[in-house]
Design a protein around this ligand. Structure first.
Ligand code: ADP
Length: 483
């Protein structure tokens, strides 16, 4: 079976979050299962062409963007054993500092950029003369691919019989644009309908993905149910309910070739469950580079957070109770980028308690690895969470997660039970500051009990979130489309 994976970010080439982790890891697992996979993504400036040995193919194409014609280039690299990765290029659209926007907000021509990308993907297939059985699209940036296949490209012989699957990684990112810009897509006004791409008078690219794909899935069972409700559906609950029989939930896995304390070259000292005491060396290093005091006389838990700083990730909740949290005997290391107001809250609290909180307001892959390895507890109190990778990565590193019971967090973290010593974290049900405070307190108190904590750490490290089972589920979905 031949599968083309299409995504606006793919690790290790370009990453802003979990989407890249997933689209970087899944193809490698599919390859192991005997699927012929290729990948297409935009050719961003930040992609290191030399490091990844990416070369121009010399194949060029043109696509219409509104009334204009824009030319594209196709470059090629590799990942996994022999997976081709194609980079869709256009200087005007992708030769910029960031992927989707800068400090002033989203790029104003994101519609043009990702319309170009989607049409470019379909044109590139013809150029390389490779016809996939399935095109697997991810998030709104790719939503026009299935739409084009079912409209503009539907009568072209080359594209006949290609099926599509659309994975929703986060329904809150929708790619909605005003109706005045609809002409950019080149779609006919027939498609601008309630049961198609129209969305409250404007149009939505994530809706295009939902409506025109043969199968849809989200990244956890729980989230696939949640998004059919008004509370989490972001206005799409109706269309998702309508497509419920084609809607699946498959939990993401973790790429243990990237995230593994036994082999991680970005941490101070590698360790396994047997040598988990080495975690302390990573903790010391982390405290040192964050200029936090190293206190050996007492068992003080170091809590970590690696996150986009926004409402979804629980920053509002943390803001409401940060003083109380800091009142406990703990230290806190935060790594994140995001909303100004949350940066401000964290800045002022870290200036007030410099011996307790260290704040790193940037994107830093290497520091992320050291935090997963060096902290004792990982804080992830998301308001909602389609899947979440941080909690799964942290467990692999023997770092115990504290989570809100929602989406993928509910599917992967179970409260530690003091009686039978089962469970792999601390979970709160109700999204209220008081609940978060008492859960952190529970964790801090249990941390004092070294023996019991060791059992909990062991439960975490033994939890298996490898891609194997999930990749198999994706192949089952692919087969379903082809039988
Ligand atoms: P998201 O909703 O942001 O995709 P996930 O939990 O699914 O959240 O994945 C987040 C990924 O991005 C993880 O690999 C995490 O380690 C990484 N990450 C988030 N913020 C940063 C940062 N500031 N620096 C480095 N890595 C980060």
């Amino acid at each position: 079976m031949k599968v083309l994976l299409v995504s606006s970010e793919v690790s290790p080439f370009a990453k802003t979050g979990g989407l890249a982790d997933v689209t970087g890891a899944l193809p490698k697992e599919l390859e192991k299962l005997g699927i012929e996979v290729k990948i297409m993504m935009p050719d961003y400036r930040m992609i290191n062409k030399d490091d990844f040995k990416i070369e121009k193919t010399g194949l060029d194409f043109n696509v219409p963007i509104g009334a204009e014609k824009k030319s594209g280039t196709l470059s090629k690299g590799k990942t996994g054993r022999k997976i081709d990765v194609f980079f869709i290029g256009n200087e005007e659209y992708f030769d910029r500092d960031f992927l989707y926007g800068d400090e002033t907000g989203d790029y104003r021509d994101n519609l043009q950029r990702f319309t170009f990308f989607c049409r470019g993907v379909l044109e590139a297939l013809k150029l390389i003369d490779w016809k996939p059985d399935i095109i697997h699209c991810h998030d709104w940036q790719t939503g026009l691919v299935p739409a084009y296949l079912k409209t503009i490209y539907q009568n072209e012989p080359f594209y006949q019989g290609i099926s599509t699957i659309f994975t929703i990684h986060n329904l809150a990112y929708q790619g909605n644009f005003p109706r005045q810009l609809y002409y950019i897509t080149g779609l006919s006004w027939k498609e601008f309908a309630l049961e198609k791409i129209e969305f409250f008078g404007n149009f939505s690219l994530i809706k295009a993905g939902i409506v025109y794909s043969d199968i849809i899935n989200t990244v956890s069972e729980t989230y696939s149910k949640e998004i059919q409700t008004k509370e989490f559906g972001c206005g799409f609950e109706g269309v998702l309910e309508w497509r419920a029989k084609d809607l699946y939930g498959i939990i993401n896995g973790i790429d243990y070739t990237v995230w593994n304390p036994k082999t991680d070259t970005l941490i101070e000292l590698v360790y396994s469950l047997k040598t988990v005491k080495n975690k302390a060396i990573n903790k010391e290093k982390l405290l040192k580079i964050n200029e936090l005091p190293i206190i050996k006389e007492e068992r003080i838990p170091l809590i970590g957070m690696i996150s986009r700083l926004d409402e979804q990730k629980g920053l509002g909740l943390i803001g409401e109770c940060i003083e109380e949290l800091i009142g406990f005997n703990l230290q806190l290391v935060i790594l994140g980028t995001g909303e100004k107001k949350f940066q401000q809250i964290l800045k002022s609290i870290s200036e007030k308690y410099p011996e307790k909180i260290a704040l790193n307001l940037r994107f830093d892959e290497a520091l992320a690895h050291l935090i997963y390895a060096g902290v004792d507890i990982f804080l992830m109190p998301s308001n909602y969470e389609p899947c979440g990778l941080g909690q799964m990565i942290s467990m692999k590193y023997g770092t115990v997660p504290i989570v809100h019971k929602t989406g993928g967090l509910a599917d992967t973290v179970k409260e530690f039970d003091l009686n039978d010593k089962s469970g792999n974290g601390f979970v709160f049900d109700v999204y209220l500051p008081g609940e978060l405070v008492s859960t952190v307190e529970r964790a801090v108190n249990l941390y004092k009990d070294k023996k019991t904590w060791r059992i909990l750490v062991s439960n975490c490290m033994k939890s298996d979130f490898s891609w194997k089972a999930s990749a198999k589920k994706y192949t089952d979905l692919y087969k379903r489309l082809k039988t």
